[in-house]
Design a protein around this ligand. Structure first.
Ligand SMILES: Cc1cc2nc3c(=O)[nH]c(=O)nc-3n(C[C@H](O)[C@H](O)[C@H](O)COP(=O)(O)O)c2cc1C
Length: 528
């Protein structure tokens, strides 16, 4: 046991979970539950029910049944855009598109962590090793009735080192409690920790693991994103936060420990050590794979703060899923960047709708059509770029006058600009997951398919396409300026489409003019 002194460092620090909770409480978005609630199913059920309402609060369970000395936090970000904004260091009223733009900018920044001495690290309030370790004493919750056990790690940050390059990865992976000294670590095929474990086992060596279970939600946001294998998520945390993550040394491993986390374990996975774990209620709103073998972590040390707060992520159907709204923003930012890198012009916005299996299932691209085939090109590229290729089933292109984050507008475009017989293409045998319930029989997973849906005005007839009803810009501006005088609350809604006089001809006239209007396009194409 180390008796630490909390020495504040000179270096700027990433705000920890407690500071974050203070900000969230000031926003009026934290409910402290002082009634006794059972971590087994009750907390999951309440979180699911609370999450049914938009902007639902974070829930801090102060008296977990059977877990004196611990507090459990659920619905950290959930469906609250305000808490997502606070986590990214942005104003709470930011719109989804503003957050996507900020994410694009901040994800490019890097700031490496700073090391602080163990005695200055709050996570070392209490450190236990050897026979004093008892994972069963921690009130890890069971989320859903058919879960295979109690999960201490859902909203966590797991650190492993690549045995070849020495690079340290941070990933968010679930961890089930097996017994006093063991937890399971489930990592999907191709994910970094799994590659590290497989490589160590090939070399006949054990591999060290550190897992933090009470974390600033930014660590979950970045831990659940795929970064290139040679880029450290730890540097990205500092980049997005604008201040380095504080880490410290452990007592049993050579891996960094987030110094301000609430509870951290150190552990070791011995060669080929596995145990059955799962199933687990997933982000799709279904149970995932049945019980199966997963690497077995032998816990070698537990570090914790006083009265530690365990962070928990409920996976569920929308809007009760922890990883839906924030993931939608992060995935949209990455997909947009991918399209930019490929040089696809005219992209006005990208969104991954959170209701579509927590952002995994659908991507909408809004673009200004500049040439014949432009929408089809954007669709085909978006379907396979790294940011969107995994799982995504529905890729929809809409024109620039349709806000991709507004489901109503997207559905309007689908209903008025898409002609299914001509405007849907299918890709087969694409990158998917064992968790997609539609791929049956299950043994034949994980191949998927994708529909590319062109819900843009038909480019071939764009000059004669029916005009949408839209107000004149001058009239909008005058009315918006008088909005409150007119007795209306708030500000005038933003509009993307305005009436244009040059489109103001009758349908009949337009049809007559159509061949002329299309001529320059045809010429341009011919000259290529
Ligand atoms: C709350 C939560 C739980 C997750 N659980 C798992 C899991 O158990 N196994 C897994 O492979 N991925 C899980 N993911 C997704 C991974 O975090 C994601 O695939 C990430 O890219 C993994 O990091 P890596 O790319 O460094 O391997 C989870 C994501 C979240 C937000």
């Amino acid at each position: 046991m180390i008796a630490p002194k909390h020495v504040p460092t000179e270096a700027a620090v990433v705000a920890d979970l407690r500071e974050w909770l203070g900000r969230v409480e000031a926003l009026g978005e934290l409910v402290r539950v002082s009634e006794v609630v059972d971590p087994n199913e009750e907390m999951g059920a309440l979180t699911y029910m609370v999450g049914k309402r938009a902007g639902s609060p974070a829930l801090l369970f102060e008296k977990p049944k059977g877990g004196a000395g611990y507090r459990l936090l659920w619905n950290l970000l959930g469906n609250s855009r305000r808490r997502i904004a606070v986590t990214l260091g942005e104003p709470p009223h930011s719109s989804p598109m503003e957050l996507i733009r900020c994410m694009r900018k901040k994800l490019k920044l890097r700031l490496p962590p700073v090391a602080i001495p163990p005695e200055a690290a709050p996570v070392n309030d209490r450190v236990v090793t050897g026979s004093a370790i008892d994972m069963n004493a921690i009130p890890a919750p069971q989320h859903w009735p058919l879960d295979g056990g109690r999960y201490i790690g859902t909203c966590d940050a797991v650190f492993t080192r690549d045995p070849d390059s020495g690079y340290v990865n941070m990933g968010t992976y679930r961890m089930m409690v097996h017994d006093e000294h063991h937890v399971g670590l489930y990592v999907s095929p191709g994910k970094d920790a799994r590659l590290h474990i497989a490589r160590a086992w090939e070399m006949g060596r054990p591999i060290e693991v550190v897992a933090a279970f009470g974390i600033h939600p930014l660590l979950m946001v970045l831990g659940s994103m795929t970064f290139p294998k040679n880029e450290s998520e730890l540097d990205a945390v500092g980049g997005v936060a604008g201040a380095p993550l504080e880490v410290t040394r452990g007592v049993a491993t050579d891996l960094p420990i987030p110094a301000r986390a609430e509870l951290v374990i150190e552990g070791i996975i011995r060669p080929n050590a596995t145990r059955l774990e799962g199933p687990f209620g997933e982000f799709t709103g279904y149970y995932g794979r049945p019980e199966a073998s997963a690497p077995l972590v032998e816990v070698t040390a537990i570090h914790s703060r006083n009265q530690p707060i365990l962070t928990n992520a409920l996976m569920a159907d929308y809007p009760s899923c922890e990883m839906a709204d924030y993931y939608a923003i992060a995935k949209a930012a990455r997909t947009w960047d991918d399209l930019d890198r490929l040089g696809i012009p005219g992209i006005r916005g990208v969104y991954a709708h959170p209701a579509a299996a927590s952002g995994f299932g659908m991507v909408v691209i809004s673009l200004e059509q500049r040439y014949a085939g432009h929408a089809a090109q954007a669709l085909a590229c978006a379907a396979q770029v790294p940011g969107a290729a995994y799982y995504t089933k529905w890729i929809i292109a809409v024109d620039e006058d349709v806000e991709p984050t507004d489901t109503d507008q997207v559905i309007w475009a689908l209903a008025t600009r898409c002609n299914p017989v001509k405007d849907i293409d299918i890709l087969r045998n694409t990158w998917s997951t064992w968790l997609d319930p539609t791929q049956n029989p299950p043994e034949e997973r994980p191949w998927g398919s994708k529909a590319l849906i062109n819900a843009c005005k038909e480019h071939r007839y764009i000059s004669t396409f029916s005009k949408r009803t839209a107000v004149r810009r001058e009239i909008y501006d005058q009315l918006a300026a008088r909005w409150q005088k007119l007795g209306l609350a708030g500000d005038a809604p933003e509009l993307l489409a305005f009436h244009r006089d040059d489109e103001g001809r009758s349908l009949h006239e337009a049809a007559e003019l159509a061949p002329k209007a299309r001529q320059p396009e045809a010429k341009r194409e011919g000259s290529k």
